[in-house]
Write a protein that binds this ligand. Sequence first.
Ligand code: RUQ
Ligand code: CUA
Length: 655
Amino acid sequence: MNSKTNGHDPELKTTEIRPLTQEEIASFPGQPGSLARRNFMKGSALASLAGAGGLIGGLGLDRAAHADEHKRADDHDGMPEDHVAPGQLDEYFGFWSGGQSGEMRILGVPSMRELMRIPVFNTDFAIGWGITNESKRVLGNDFPRGGDLHHPHMSQTHGHYDGRYLFVNDKAGTRVARIRCDVMRTDKITQIPNVQAIHGLRVQREPRTGYVFANAEFRVPSPNDGRDLDDPKKYQTMFTAVNGDTMEVAWQVIVDGNLDNTDCDYEGKYAASTCYNSEGAVDLAGMMQSERDWVVVFNLKRIEAAIKAGKFNHIGESKVPVVDGRHGSELTMYIPVPKSPHGLNSSPDGKYLTANGKLSPTVSVMAWSKVDSYFDGTLKDPRDAVIAEPQLGLGPLHTAYDGRGYAYTTLFIDSQIAKWSIQDAIDAYAGKKVNYLRQKLDVAYQPGHNHTSLGETRDADGRWLVSLNKFSKDRFLATGPLHPDLDQLIDISGDKMVLVADAPVFSEPHDAVILPSKMMIGKIKRKWDRADPYFAETVAQAKALGVVLEKDNKVIRQGKKVFVYMTSSAPQYGLNSFKVKQGDEVTVTVTNIDSIEDLTHGFCLTDYGINMEISPQETTSVTFTADKPGVYWYYCTFFCHALHLEMRGRMLVEA
Ligand code: RUQ
Ligand code: CUA
């Protein structure tokens, strides 16, 4: 193993867990007074922070000096720890956000192999997402063609992943979506009213999900119908709770400031959000003025009671109950924390909540018990909920946990992950002379989120940590001006973090969740059930027309509407050809009667921009206007048989 993997302190032996001395900390690159190379780039990053350049400045990374710190670590038997031999299965699932692609991805961990993509807010030609009738029922008919997906979180029951759903946000389209984990398909998308840009998203842990909490980031006039355009004082944003079972919006809370990330407790009492721009500004300089912004805590019971008592309003056309949670409200608590805080992370022991300082080198640790005291009136100053504020380095964005009392915080500007002891940080804040910092690990480069296996549940197992880095610079073969992002896999099972793998990723996966694959045993279907609700409406329509999908191959005309039903069974469609008239509205429904696992067919209609996937026992349909006369071949797009290329037929369109 490369002894310099931690990048800073080869003297500090892995076996030796002791608090670092002040000298050791001072010698860390990134600490004030350190002469190490990293200070050089930090200087420029800080300089640009002071200007309007923001956090992205100062990325003049010195690759050569970095190289030996980032060699892959090998374990004792010569096999890299992330090695998963051909035919072997990964021990963990990773559910990865696809960022600006608007999709989700399933990865195997530790191999970091991409196993599957799940289209959500995007259109996807392979699956026909955004093309088929079934997907349009989920997406809506005039859906925005794309999305910006940041935060995937799995539903929980009593603080454990329960394998039912994944919930995700769309910042670009102000939406929340739900993915069924049994078939790994998006089944509901909800547009959030009255607000703009859903960013932070988390799920209720206790007793179950339950609520899906969603933060709207941008402040806008409400209703946003053209009024108050030039009057930012009247802009506002809201915290939203969605019912995870029905995917209807349960309620909204008006807040001060801009909401960023969110999390909740382990008892079902509170949700909380980081909140920046307490200044209410609309430009960068204005937003960075205050030394402190807030963590806003939402008292769920009080909000529910207020709504029950009728103390809410409606905004514009929306039927959603909206309560006022601005300063002075009994429903909320505003905890001052430095400075434009970003990530918000509950510790798996259920005791603490950390807000990551972003523009401050600190992470603020709050105790949920103090939140109790605030709402029962015994704690007067909300700031007293903060019980530790460790100084970790520059640009803390997100914190993950290992279930052993350690926290791992990404430092965006330092390009490092800091490992620290929660208890020691609490003791240090109380005045004891202890050193909470355990290790800083270089990552390449500029980490945003990090995530530990099971780290947002009671089951945090301290096995893996992934650092989701925003830049890869020169760590991969050149791919043109657009570089991949870089997700780095880190072994945290020992005393020291050890970097074990680099994985290039497309289009900014902000966040991910990681859980043992054995938790999903028996939960994931390997083929469709004929009674699946995903295509139930299509089945019902066929039934109404007297069609038995599993065996009928026929064309039914109703005026200018034509319904084409066919089966698919390798290597043939049930219909060799069908005839329609120019201008007809045609619905083609294909039922894959093959029941062998993995025997998927496609239906692609040439020159009509149509493709769809039909997996074993699935029914898929598409509706289009036959606006071009002539012969149009349809063919199978999934290689299904030795005669796959022959699996085709003709649509004849009469002029
Ligand atoms: S946010 S890089 Cu969209 Cu999750 Cu923190
Ligand atoms: Cu069916 Cu290829």
